[in-house]
Design a protein around this ligand. Structure first.
Ligand code: HEC
Length: 137
């Protein structure tokens, strides 16, 4: 009986040094369109034909393009972004380019763009690529 009480007390005290740090919450479910870590999954997600081209994809593409590409290439991919007015050499027009061009430009940081490799998921890359493909030249 006494031994049990001692064991119970030890248990309550916690033999691992009073660790009262909060336990991490269980992992949240992955948001739609997200891709598991790992090169293979990433590569597969970047392979053609990519996600279905629908209104949601194009809207996402327009949104991401405005943030990541328009400063240089212009809001409609005409090569007339605001940087040009500030002395940056005019980048090529990207309106109507095939999606492979956009995917490659993002993957290789073509044109001295910032390294978008870590900022644009495969879904977002396809979204931008399909948006640009759909913009009339
Ligand atoms: C800092 C300015 C800048 C930003 C931001 C930028 N680009 Fe570019 N981009 C350039 C320049 C300059 C070139 C030309 C590079 C060359 O000819 O080697 C280029 C080239 C390209 C090309 C090649 C066009 C062709 O005809 O081969 C594509 C496609 C492209 N960019 C897409 C994008 C996309 C998509 C984004 C956004 C995710 C983006 N760029 C962001 C400056 C930029």
């Amino acid at each position: 009986m006494r031994a049990k009480a001692v064991l119970l007390a030890l248990g309550l005290l916690g033999c691992d040094g009073w660790d009262e740090s909060p336990k991490p919450p269980p992992p949240a479910p992955a948001p739609p369109g997200s891709v598991a870590r790992g090169a293979a999954a990433r590569q597969a997600a970047l392979a053609p034909p990519g996600p279905a081209v629908d209104a949601a994809l194009l809207a996402r593409g327009a949104d991401r393009h405005a943030i990541f590409c328009a400063p240089c290439h212009g809001p409609r991919g005409q090569g007339d972004g605001v940087v040009v007015a500030r002395g940056f050499p005019a980048p090529p027009a990207t309106a109507g380019v095939p999606p492979e061009f956009s995917l490659r430009a993002i993957a290789t940081n073509q044109g001295g763009a910032h390294p978008f490799e870590d900022r644009l998921s495969p879904y977002d890359r396809w979204a931008i690529a399909r948006f640009l493909e759909a913009v009339p030249r």
